[in-house]
Design a protein around this ligand. Sequence first.
Ligand code: NHR
Ligand code: GAR
Length: 215
Amino acid sequence: MKNIVILISGRGSNMEAMIAARDAGTLPVHIAAVISNRPDAKGLETAARAGITTHYVDHKAFPSREAFDGALAECIDGFAPDLVVLAGFMRILTEGFVRHYEGRLLNIHPSLLPSFPGLHTHQRALDEGVRIHGCTVHFVTPALDHGPVVIQAAVPVLDGDDEDALAARVLRQEHRIYPQAVRWFAEDRLSLVDGKVRLAAELRDDSVLIAPEVR
Ligand code: NHR
Ligand code: GAR
């Protein structure tokens, strides 16, 4: 079974979705550790309650991004992970860090990339007036939010949506597609080959998911 390390910064609901899938028997991985850059991340308590090893590497204690990333990588590599999963991890990672984990570093981003890379994606989608929004799981490359796409889910933007309503609709889809992507990796069906996603899974109808509430 593959070893994974999950990196968080806050609430950790994507991490919880993975723990739930593991417990349900649909995600065959060993969650070796959950690591946060914020000592007070809520998700650390949730992980500890689930019996998972937790650590934090406080980015504020380091003089540079390189120094922080070096300490973070040392902590991660102590668990010899096959895959590192960014789940609401809020620090931009240096090129050296990203290269060290090439092909074994996934992120979930709360927009339909390549639209809305960066932060505040839901408000920006509302401001642009798009009718379809969503989330993307991608392999992480040095260029922020521009790595090869593994799976996406789309949701409608509804009249009257505010940032919170839209974020909640997207988050429900994040909790479906992220465990799916990690499952593919765990089953050796997903890899990065020459900078492109290789997916040896049937692309079922629901590989691009539409929010059930509008079907
Ligand atoms: N690092 C690289 N090199 N490439 C990516 O694709 C990355 C990455 C690090 C994180 C997640 C990403 C997202 O899904 C991610 C992808 C943080 C920021 C950011 O601006 C932007 C995108 C993402 C994560 N962070 C601020 C910074 O100065 C701090 C913000 C804060 O602490 O609240 O690092 O959206
Ligand atoms: C999620 O919506 C995730 O896509 C997003 O933050 C939220 C974390 O929630 N990630 C980013 O914005 C990365 N910059 P969670 O902590 O409950 O999983």
